[in-house]
Design a protein around this ligand. Structure first.
Ligand code: AMP
Ligand code: ZN
Length: 470
């Protein structure tokens, strides 16, 4: 197994990573809050996790990934309340959109997508355990809070200055900022609008609903056990969300919640965090409209390391579209070539070595892409030479497939419908006949006609191949 270096937020440095059991990486990734379609900022984090997941597999391990679906929280209830409906009516279509968008971006599916509302029992059991250990208490407002003063490790992940801790003071909101270091809600007493939105359940402390942080602690335990290999999310989750998950889980279980904590930096637009409340969001629907495919977006997202901020611009997306076209052209050439040269095999060896070294160095995707583009340059030159080495061609194909299997940046072929296909094939048959009777003027005219329709053709020893280029 390679030396896989990964930055661990808990230690504030890169460490050597391997799964605890030597085989399978048990990974928990905080998922979307389904009140609005996920935007590209959210997807930057999910793509970083996809890169992590695929790099782990490249290293030779299996992955068991859990991504929760937050289908009850303050924002969802407010949305349901405004629409006069239930939380389920709000969250179901958005969850479907999330899965479609995820597929569009070629993000590999997690093994499980548990929903918060389907694990209320697990959450209640966890709060009970915290009550038994006197780490939680029910306040006058009937909600149950975590007593941070009784958990000395509180603030370790986010390195909070202990002087700003305000134990005993309470915060009920799901999301709050660094200045709000107070006892946080585990279980919130139901309000009439919660009942109307079907966001209230029975519990030993009366009707209520879980706080946001509680769901991850409960579902991580349910699907992955008490100590995970990796827990990941965006940097904004370090505090309060992950700090609170640690307090709940470690308070209840008495063992570390995760061996590694990995956080991806923000996607920005015009220098500001992409966020719904800032009003600068772009989502997958916009990408589809603009004809920007998964390959280009992935290329763009991987052009900067995950721990650095990345600014979204139209120019950068266009540059990525051009770049992945070259990747697609080489993929096509490797498929149709019949043999290669010795030097092609050498280029393939260099690609595999350099891209792996980059990825295992805390997911250095830009450097892995640089290795791929260097390979494309060299491979094109070698394929121009022709060559007769079959094994060399196979070597190039497999190294390319291996590294592209992580980055996944070959663009989709433009769709060809059945009518176009049969028209193209009729034209090609006619062109064949023209060529057979040495009527090159007609053959040429047919080629031009095809070009006008966005079809490029290539004559080879195995007949004429065509593809749609626009
Ligand atoms: P949410 O649906 O708000 O719970 O967020 C889902 C994930 O997206 C979390 O891991 C967030 O940290 C992450 N996230 C939110 N905004 C951004 C952004 N602008 N750039 C990168 N990640 C983000
Ligand atoms: Zn979480």
């Amino acid at each position: 197994m390679p030396d896989f270096r990964l930055y661990n937020t808990l230690a504030r440095r890169e460490e050597s990573f391997a799964p605890q059991d030597g085989h399978t990486v048990r990974m928990y990734t905080c998922g979307p809050t389904v009140y609005n379609p996920a935007h590209l900022g959210n997807f930057r984090t999910f793509l970083f996790e996809d890169l992590l997941r695929r790099t782990i597999k490249l290293a030779g391990w299996n992955v068991y990934q859990v991504m929760n679906i937050t289908d009850v929280d303050d924002k969802i209830i407010r949305r349901a309340h405004e629409a006069g409906t239930t939380i389920g009516q709000i969250t179901q279509p958005i969850t479907d959109t999330f899965q479609r968008d995820r597929e569009y971006l070629r993000i590999e599916p997690a093994e499980v997508y548990p929903k918060a509302t389907e694990h209320i029992g697990d959450m209640i059991a966890l709060v009970q355990r915290l009550m038994e250990k006197e780490l939680a208490y029910q306040a006058e407002d009937e909600s149950v809070y975590f007593a941070i003063a009784r958990f000395p490790a509180y603030g370790r992940l986010s390195r909070l200055d202990t002087r700003v801790l305000r134990p005993g003071a309470r915060v009920a909101a799901d999301d709050y900022n660094k200045e709000d270091v107070r006892d946080f809600a585990l279980w919130k007493a139901a309000k009439p609008e919660d009942e109307r939105a079907h966001a209230a359940w029975d519990s030993p402390w009366g009707r209520g609903r879980p706080g946001w942080h509680l769901e991850c602690s409960a579902m991580a335990k349910r699907y992955l056990g008490d100590t995970l290999d990796i827990h990941a999310g965006g940097v904004d989750l370090i505090f309060p969300h992950h700090e609170d998950e640690i307090a709940q889980s470690e308070g209840a279980n008495g063992v570390p919640l995760s061996r590694f904590w990995c956080h991806g930096e923000f996607l920005l637009t015009d220098g500001e965090k992409m966020a719904k409340r800032v009003g600068n969001v772009m989502d997958v629907a916009h990408l589809r409209e603009a004809g920007i495919g998964a390959a280009a977006l992935r290329h763009f997202m991987f052009s900067v390391r995950y721990r650095q901020q990345l600014n979204l611009t139209e120019d950068a997306l266009e540059a990525s579209q051009r770049a992945v076209r070259r990747v697609g052209e080489l993929a096509e050439r490797l498929t149709t070539a019949e043999a290669g040269t010795e030097a092609l095999a050498n280029a393939a060896d260099d690609l595999e070595r350099d891209a792996k070294a980059a990825l295992f160095d805390d997911l250095n995707a830009p450097q892995a892409m640089a290795a791929l583009f260097e390979f494309i340059r060299r491979a094109n030159a070698e394929l121009d030479q022709g060559g007769s080495n079959l094994a060399a061609l196979e070597r190039a194909r497999s190294a390319f497939a291996l590294i592209n299997g992580v980055l996944d940046i070959v663009p989709d072929q433009p769709a060809v419908d059945a009518a176009l296909r049969s028209w193209v094939e009729a034209q090609l048959a006619e062109r064949e006949q023209a060529r057979a009777r040495r009527d090159f003027a007609t053959a040429d005219a047919i080629r031009k006609l095809l070009e006008v329709r966005g079809i490029s053709i290539e004559d080879g020893p195995r007949g004429t191949r065509w593809k749609k280029v626009r």
